[in-house]
Design a protein around this ligand. Structure first.
Ligand code: ZN
Length: 390
């Protein structure tokens, strides 16, 4: 099973410059390859494959004014050319539009690293050719510090390592092959999870995970975010020259600030989801059931859309799903027609006229009174049991 890990890098100033240079070169090679394909296509030529184009790129590198390309790790250009070829092939087969050239301004700086040559220690990662000199004492510059220690296993088989810049920091993503987990014994209980907007998750075990967006910390940040957004658009209006907007130093500064706040919010939300899903998985249930998260349907509801997006419900679903897979827990999605909210978890009768505002479920048949979301999560758990037993 392939596990993908993402860790922040802490490059020093020189390394930082080098990373941007690598990303710039990747962009250059991508655009070069795209141009070759386009010109060839317009001249009525057939699609040029990856192998052929890479050969041409090597010849291009040999030309005197392009010698600088030798400074950058070979794999950076190789993969960029391959990406361009893949994108072009899709276009050629009529599967997608003509691929766009990567822009320096709008594009996200990123590049691939050779999976064979990449090395890890507990604290550092080695990327090839970051050091400009081949001298032994300079080679230390090839080792970049990782923000989290012991996260990526040393001496594993790595696949598709990729470095990217999100506007503030550099990140490394890498795939690692891990052994499949033995499935957890069926004798363990399962857990039903009701996902919602009021609270994030309500488990059939009675555990409730609150909506993080209602905490004062997040509220404060959101307020700050709104303030900055207003400030920036005001500054743009003020510095407008004729029809075009100008970016002043002051605006750049505020935009950086805004980016920092936005990332802080994303980090808090993602972190929280990671914590909650880990805690649920650690109880070692034999199965986990969630409702079919018709997020797109929920997104159409304007009122709910923002809340769903802020809660990152789709992200929650994705993460708990892969964590189940990693830990040998069966993951079940209840059919969207299954009335988990309207069914009584005690006697099984269905209450058709349950409103969204009814926070307590009161059964007219057996007289049970139970929290609406807890009732739903218990039903989901029972739904899972019936699936496993059949
Ligand atoms: Zn009942």
């Amino acid at each position: 099973m392939l596990k993908t890990l993402r860790v922040m890098l802490v490059p020093n100033r020189n390394q930082n410059t080098q990373l941007f240079q690598f990303a710039g070169t990747a962009r250059f090679a991508y655009n070069w390859a795209l141009e070759q394909e386009s010109k060839n296509y317009e001249a009525g030529g057939k699609f040029i494959n990856d192998y052929e184009l890479r050969k041409r790129f090597t010849a291009f590198k040999h030309e005197a004014e392009n010698k600088w390309l030798y400074r950058i790790s070979n794999n950076v250009c190789k993969q960029a050319v391959k990406d361009a070829v893949d994108a072009y092939q899709k276009f050629f087969k009529g599967l997608s539009k003509h691929p766009k050239y990567k822009s320096r301004k709008r594009g996200k700086p990123s590049f691939y690293v050779d999976p064979v040559k990449i090395k890890f220690t507990e604290t550092h990662v080695k990327l090839e050719n970051i050091a400009e000199s081949k001298k032994k004492n300079r080679q230390r510059a090839n080792w970049l510090r990782l923000a989290e220690h012991d996260r990526i296993p040393v001496n594993a088989k790595y696949s598709n390592p990729h470095v990217s810049f999100d506007g503030l920091n550099w990140f490394l993503t890498v795939g690692i092959e891990i052994p499949d987990h033995e499935p957890i014994a069926i004798s363990n209980d399962g857990i039903g999870i009701d996902l919602g907007v009021k609270d994030l998750a309500i488990c059939s075990t009675g555990h409730v995970y609150k909506n993080i967006n209602k905490t004062s910390r997040v509220r404060r940040l959101k307020k700050k975010q709104r303030r900055l957004q207003r400030e920036i658009s005001r500054k743009y209006e003020k510095n407008k020259k004729g029809e075009s907007y100008q970016k002043t130093r002051n605006i750049i500064k505020s935009e950086k600030q805004l980016l920092r706040v936005t990332h802080r919010l994303t980090d808090i939300r993602t972190n929280y989801i990671q914590q909650v899903t880990t805690e649920i998985v650690k109880r070692e249930p034999s199965f986990i059931v969630t409702e079919d998260l018709n997020v797109t349907g929920m997104m159409k509801n304007k009122h709910l859309a923002k809340a769903v997006q802020e809660q990152k419900l789709a992200e929650f679903y994705r993460i708990i799903r892969y964590k189940c897979e990693w830990n040998g827990i069966r993951f079940i999605t209840a059919d969207s027609f299954y009335a988990s909210s309207k069914t009584c978890s005690v006697c099984g009768s269905i209450k058709k006229d349950l409103k969204l505002s009814d926070r307590i479920y009161r059964c007219e048949h057996c007289g049970a009174t139970i929290d609406r979301d807890l009732n739903a999560s218990i039903n989901l758990c029972q739904y899972g049991k019936s699936i496993i037993n059949h």
